[in-house]
Design a protein around this ligand. Structure first.
Ligand code: HEC
Ligand code: HEC
Length: 219
């Protein structure tokens, strides 16, 4: 894992020090249970893009808690996370959710996808696919993919493999915790190529809002 993160690791360590320190002035300490998440989700919630293990850093806390509940009640099917979520008390889930929500861990380094693939994904994210009556992802997930409130999770900097897996899960009915079935509706309209390109696009985005240059992501 270290080799994947490469040079970013040092920066991760430095930037996350305040989150790990406990100076008695109310600075967040990682909840005890966080140590059981790090083998998969990384020391600072950065995830493992090459294995499709999602980034948790910066996810909205309510969304995070809702996902743990979904794993438990089976509306989101995953054997590992079912076991892990079932083992957490409500208080532990809440503490972990707010811990990860406050993290601004840098993105692990990944091999960027082909520019043309990313550009096709950017187009789909911005404008959707009118021929399929599909709106742009950005209308719900935000123009920069940073998410909106507790309903619409951030996608910027998320693992492309993971995003692909989720879109296929909705198609297959393995994930059905989305309010009103909105994501199943979206996923069912996407071709395989569209899934790949939009996932690559979101992985390529920075985790924080860049200076306002709307054309910057286009080639
Ligand atoms: C053995 C590996 C493993 C461990 C340990 C693990 N996870 Fe996960 N986690 C996963 C995988 C794989 C997924 C993607 C599940 C899917 O396909 O739906 C996931 C998904 C999640 C999600 C959903 C993220 C999203 O964007 O919707 C949350 C939240 C989460 N894990 C929290 C935790 C917490 C909190 C812990 C520790 C208490 C933990 N995980 C430990 C492997 C793991
Ligand atoms: C009408 C609103 C809407 C549109 C349009 C939309 N989404 Fe979503 N999306 C949602 C909601 C709501 C959720 C959260 C579902 C839940 O609570 O589990 C979500 C969740 C997701 C997730 C799961 C993130 C995670 O961390 O697990 C992915 C991936 C995703 N959307 C991708 C897309 C892509 C790609 C598009 C465009 C092709 C898109 N969405 C368009 C509403 C939307």
């Amino acid at each position: 894992m270290r080799s994947v993160i490469g040079g970013a690791l040092l920066f991760v360590g430095v930037s996350s020090l305040p989150a790990l320190a406990d100076d008695g002035k109310g600075i967040t300490k990682p909840p005890g249970r966080a140590a059981s998440c790090t083998p998969c989700h990384g020391l600072n919630g950065e995830g493992q893009p090459v294995r499709g293990i999602p980034r948790l850093a910066g996810l909205n806390a309510d969304y995070f808690e809702r996902q743990l509940a979904s794993f438990k009640n089976g509306t989101r099917r995953n054997r590992i996370m079912l076991m892990i979520a079932s083992d957490l008390s409500d208080d532990e889930s809440k503490a972990l959710a707010s811990y990860y929500a406050g993290m601004m861990t840098p993105k692990p380094q990944t091999t960027p996808a082909d520019r043309a693939v990313i550009a096709a994904g950017a187009e789909l994210a911005a404008n959707g696919d009118p021929s399929k009556d599909l709106q742009g992802c950005g209308q719900c997930h935000g123009a920069e993919g940073l998410g909106a409130g507790s309903d619409f999770p951030r996608l910027a900097g998320q693992s492309a493999l993971y995003i692909e897996k989720m879109l296929r899960s909705w198609k297959a009915g393995d994930r059905k915790n989305d309010p009103g079935g909105v994501m199943a509706d979206v996923a069912n309209k996407l071709s395989d190529d569209q899934i790949k390109s939009v996932a690559a696009y979101y992985e390529s985005l920075p985790i924080a809002a860049p200076a306002p240059t709307p054309e910057a992501s286009k080639p």
